[in-house]
Design a protein around this ligand. Structure first.
Ligand code: AMP
Ligand code: MN
Ligand code: MN
Ligand code: MN
Length: 288
C-alpha cells in the first residue's frame, strides 16, 4: 500500500484499551504505512498518549491525542471521539483526574459482568484480569480473552456472540450519559466527533434526532469515514453534517490482531481519509 503521505487515520486503539499494539508500535506501524497523521483514541483512557507522542516525534508523523468515550443515549450506547488540538501537556493531569469517574464506572460494569457470569457457573478471575492490564481500560475484549483462556469460548467473536453482546443478559448497559461525556469534553476544550454513526442501527429519523441533540450539546463533527461505513453512508452523513453545521472526521477503528480484518488507514481495504479532513477540523477548532 502506498498512501502517498496524503492520508490519515483518526480512530485507532492500542493495548491501553482493546487494541493489540503498544502505543509506540502503533505509531511505528502508521509511519511504515506512510500515513501523514494519526490519532490514538483508546476507550476511556489517555494512558497511551505520552508514549505515542514520543514515538511520533522520532517517526516524524503528526500525532493527535484523542479518546473514545461511550455513553447511553435512550436505549443505545453511542461513542464520542474527542481530539486535543491545544495544550495537551498542560492539561493532561487534570484530564486524567476527570477520567477517573469514567474508569470507575467501567470497572463496576466489568465486575457486574464477571458476577453475572459466575452466577451461571462461568468463573473468571477479575483480579487476574486487572493485573494483566495494569493502567489500561479493561473492555469486553479482555473478558472475551479470559473466557477463551478458560475454554468457555474458542474465539473473540464466539465469546461476544455467546456471552458479551450488547443485549446479552451478562452485560449491563453503561451508566454514563451523553451529557456527562459532552460536559467532560467541553471542560477541556476537546474537538468532538460522533463515532461510527451508522453502527447504532437507528432509523434515519432517529439518527438525525441523535445528531441534532448532540449538536445542541456542542458536538463538532461526525465520523463520516469509518471502516464499517459504505460510500453511500458517507454521502448521507456528509449531508447531515452540512445540515447541522458540523465538521467531518474519519478513521479505521484499528484494533490490531483483536480485529484482524481492519488495517490501519485503509480499514477493510477501501477506506481513505484525506489529510484535508484534519486541516478542516483544526481550522474549525481555531474558529470556535
Ligand atoms: P466495552 O467498552 O467494555 O463495552 O467493550 C466493547 C468493545 O468490544 C468495543 O470497543 C469493540 O471494539 C469490542 N467488540 C465488540 N464486539 C466485538 C466483536 N464481535 N469482536 C471483537 N471485538 C468486539
Ligand atoms: Mn474497541
Ligand atoms: Mn466505538
Ligand atoms: Mn473505536
Amino acid at each position: 500500500m502506498d498512501l502517498n503521505n496524503n492520508f490519515i487515520d483518526l480512530h485507532t486503539h492500542s493495548n491501553k484499551s482493546d487494541g493489540s499494539f503498544s502505543p509506540s508500535e502503533l505509531i511505528r506501524y502508521a509511519a511504515s504505512k506512510n500515513l501523514a497523521a494519526i490519532a490514538l483514541s483508546d476507550h476511556d483512557t489517555m494512558a497511551g498518549i505520552k508514549e505515542a507522542i514520543k514515538a511520533a516525534e522520532s517517526e516524524n508523523i503528526r500525532f493527535i491525542p484523542a479518546i473514545e468515550l461511550g455513553a447511553v443515549y435512550g436505549k443505545k450506547e453511542v461513542h464520542i471521539l474527542g481530539y486535543v488540538f491545544d495544550n495537551y501537556e498542560a492539561k493532561c493531569k487534570a484530564i486524567d483526574k476527570a477520567l477517573k469517574n469514567f474508569s470507575d464506572k467501567r470497572k463496576q460494569r466489568n465486575l457486574e459482568i464477571v458476577e453475572r457470569l459466575r452466577k451461571d457457573n462461568i468463573s473468571l478471575d477479575f483480579e487476574e484480569l486487572e493485573k494483566e492490564s495494569e493502567g489500561s481500560s479493561i473492555t469486553r475484549v479482555h473478558i472475551a480473552k479470559a473466557l477463551i483462556r478458560k475454554n468457555y469460548a474458542d474465539s473473540i467473536s464466539f465469546a461476544f456472540e455467546k456471552y458479551l453482546s450488547d443485549d446479552s443478559k451478562y452485560v449491563p448497559e453503561k451508566s454514563i450519559l451523553v451529557k456527562d461525556v459532552m460536559d467532560f469534553f467541553k471542560q477541556f476544550n476537546f474537538y468532538t466527533s460522533l463515532a461510527h454513526p451508522c453502527r447504532y442501527k437507528l432509523s434515519e429519523a432517529d439518527l438525525e434526532k441523535l445528531i441534532r441533540d448532540l449538536a445542541k450539546m456542542g458536538l463538532d463533527a461526525l465520523e463520516v469515514y469509518h471502516s464499517s461505513q459504505q460510500p453511500s453512508d458517507s454521502t448521507m452523513l456528509k449531508k447531515l453534517a452540512k445540515k447541522y453545521d458540523l465538521g467531518i472526521s474519519g478513521g479505521s477503528d484499528f484494533h490490531g490482531s483483536n480485529k484482524p480484518d481492519i488495517d490501519i488507514g485503509i480499514g477493510y481495504g477501501g477506506l481513505r481519509v484525506p489529510l484535508s479532513v484534519l486541516s478542516n477540523m483544526e481550522r474549525d477548532f481555531l474558529a470556535k
